[in-house]
Unconditional design. Sequence first.
Length: 51
Amino acid sequence: MSKNMDMSENVDMTNDVEMEKRYAAIRTALFLLAFSLALPVTHYLWQACCS
C-alpha cells in the first residue's frame, strides 16, 4: 500500500513540475511582450514630448 501512495506522490510531483514549467514559459512570454511594447511606446512619447 505504501508503494501505491508513493506512486501517486510522484505523479503529483510530475504534474507540479509541468505546471511550474508552463507558468514560467507564460511569464517569460508576457515579459517579452510587455518589454517589446514598452520600447516603441516610450520612443513615441519621447518624440511627441521632446520635439
